[in-house]
Design a protein around this ligand. Structure first.
Ligand code: MD6
Ligand code: FE
Length: 206
């Protein structure tokens, strides 16, 4: 059990937000969308070091990283096609938990194989921070690390299981966070194992 009293203001933790049936339906939907917009391996700006996660995007804009830098762009970097639309079920989820009067513009889809992780970072490539970032976890459990808005401060660790939703909004919008590791084999939702994380965002002010 998590002690939510210790969460920063603006951080939402909604365990088991999606039922097992809703999770399966969402994975089926995503499987079709990822055929149109395949997962790609981003690389770090300047060094070109590959990320351990593979990613794609949905929506009118998608987040990419390559040797040039991090940015949002309207097309897939390999197919050069526009990103597929954000499915209705995810738009509805945003409406329920996002506390935001306008629709999300982008959904970043990250796939973690057993050994993938994500370093501590802030989500700050958006033009506005007035909307939250809403995250959905599917598949294997992840060890999520949440810090404060300054790098190097105190952090806490929490398990994100399949179907859990978290949001970084308000005062927590720029909190540092990362994924320490994946508990391989903890879920049978994804054929072949691993974890999907979906983050819904706004880029544009409203
Ligand atoms: C992950 N999540 O769960 C990585 N970002 O795989 C994120 O980077 C994240 O969970 C912004 C808001 C919520 C998140
Ligand atoms: Fe993030």
């Amino acid at each position: 059990m998590q002690l939510s009293v210790n969460f920063p203001k603006g951080f939402k933790y909604l365990p088991e937000f999606l039922s097992p049936e809703e999770q399966k339906e969402l994975v089926d939907t995503l499987r079709h969308l990822v055929k149109k917009a395949p997962l790609f391996t981003p690389v770090m700006p300047r060094t070109g070091k590959p990320f351990s996660v593979r990613m794609t995007n949905l929506g009118t804009l998608g987040w990419v990283s390559d040797r040039i830098g991090y940015r949002y762009q309207i097309q897939h970097p390999e197919t050069n096609q526009p990103w597929p639309e954000i499915p209705r079920s995810l738009q509805n989820l945003w409406n329920k938990v996002g506390d935001c009067p306008v629709a999300p513009e982008t959904c970043l889809v990250n796939y973690y194989a057993a050994t993938a992780k994500m370093g501590m970072h802030q989500d700050r490539d958006e033009k506005t921070f007035e909307a939250p970032v809403v995250s959905v976890s599917l598949g294997d459990t992840a060890i999520f690390r949440l810090g404060g808005i300054k790098r190097g401060g105190a952090t806490q660790s929490l398990k994100l299981n399949s179907g859990d939703v978290v949001a970084l909004g308000g005062d927590a919008r720029l909190c540092y966070h990362g994924i320490d590791r994946i508990l391989s084999g903890s879920s049978s939702l994804l054929k072949g194992g691993g974890r999907l994380n979906l983050t819904l965002r706004r880029f544009s002010p409203f």
